[in-house]
Design a protein around this ligand. Structure first.
Ligand SMILES: Nc1ncnc2c1ncn2[C@@H]1O[C@H](COP(=O)(O)OP(=O)(O)O)[C@@H](O)[C@H]1O
Ligand SMILES: [Mg+2]
Length: 271
């Protein structure tokens, strides 16, 4: 982990996150819980890094630390060579545009009381207060086209769209401010398989067109295997393997990964 590649954009060094136990009665406390147990990895420019792991293994906790929404208990997080884990929110604000997140539930980022036009204008107004109305509309038109959304969606409210369309809108909103890193946390988990594929294709297209780094979080091994340039497998707060899908899912991998792979093949009847 000492030598970084020159195209490293995110570097995580030995990050630990412990949640304090909840208070029980007047003096009691449930034990502390360590959700992320000393995780280290890098993300490179223009790659789709899959983060695969079962529910509860610490994926979202890790994502929230990258987003500076949760602070690590210890360890370092570097974004473009700048250590962010200890930064006060006021200093991180300037960097926040560089790393955007899309969630499993689109309503976590789309205010249901706003029309799509307002939802897309909002981040541009925040990040580029001097941008003219004309440029703003041009940027919105372009991103709608890139994300396969019709112009007439602008006058509608989020509840008028299907889950797949809402994820397109969430992706458009995140990418409008031209981040370098996109975190996609289980964004296709609630969608039908055919719609899942459309969203995956959109992500891959955007990655290539904008040289974007994507952390694609999923509990679905076959999806992780199919779309990732590199994949990282997490279990109980630890990284069990990282590399190309062929490397990670090879015969030599960690026993946990072998079990995962054989379970999937058995389950799908391909063993
Ligand atoms: N704020 C919190 N306080 C206490 N425990 C938490 C908190 N957030 C997450 N956890 C616990 O940490 C573990 C990992 O959660 P999470 O990162 O959401 O997993 P994943 O996204 O992989 O499903 C879970 O056991 C969860 O209950
Ligand atoms: Mg999660």
């Amino acid at each position: 982990m000492n030598e970084s590649r020159s195209d490293s954009i995110v570097k995580v060094i030995d990050v630990i996150k412990t949640f304090p136990g909840a208070r029980k009665g007047l003096i009691g406390r449930s034990p502390d819980f360590t959700a992320v147990k000393g995780v280290s990895f890098e993300m490179y420019r223009g790659e789709l890094l899959g983060l695969l792991g079962e529910s509860g293994c610490g994926k979202s906790t890790l994502a929230k630390m990258l987003m500076h929404l949760l602070l690590p208990t210890s360890g370092e997080i570097h974004l473009n060579g700048v250590q962010i884990q200890d930064m006060p929110e006021s200093s991180f604000r300037k960097l926040r545009r560089q790393i955007q997140m899309v969630y499993q539930n689109p309503f976590d980022c789309l205010d249901p009381s706003m029309r799509i036009k307002g939802l897309l204008e909002e981040p541009l107004k925040i990040w580029y207060p001097d941008m003219t109305e004309e440029t703003r509309q041009e940027k919105i038109d372009n991103i709608l086209e890139e994300c396969g959304l019709p112009q007439n969606c602008l006058s509608k409210y989020p509840k008028e769209f299907s889950g797949g369309q809402l994820q397109r809108i969430s992706i458009a909103r995140a990418l409008l401010v031209e981040p370098q890193v996109l975190i996609a946390d289980e964004i296709i988990s609630a969608l039908d398989v055919s719609i899942q594929n459309q969203i995956l294709n959109l992500l891959i297209r955007m990655k290539e067109r904008h040289h974007l780094s994507i952390l694609f979080i999923t509990h679905d091994l076959s999806v992780a295997r199919r779309v990732s340039d590199r994949v990282m497998v997490m279990q109980s707060g630890e990284i069990k393997g990282i590399g190309t899908p062929d490397q990670v899912f090879s015969e030599q991998s960690d026993p946990y990964i072998k079990d995962l792979t054989s379970a999937v093949f058995t389950f799908s009847g391909r063993a």
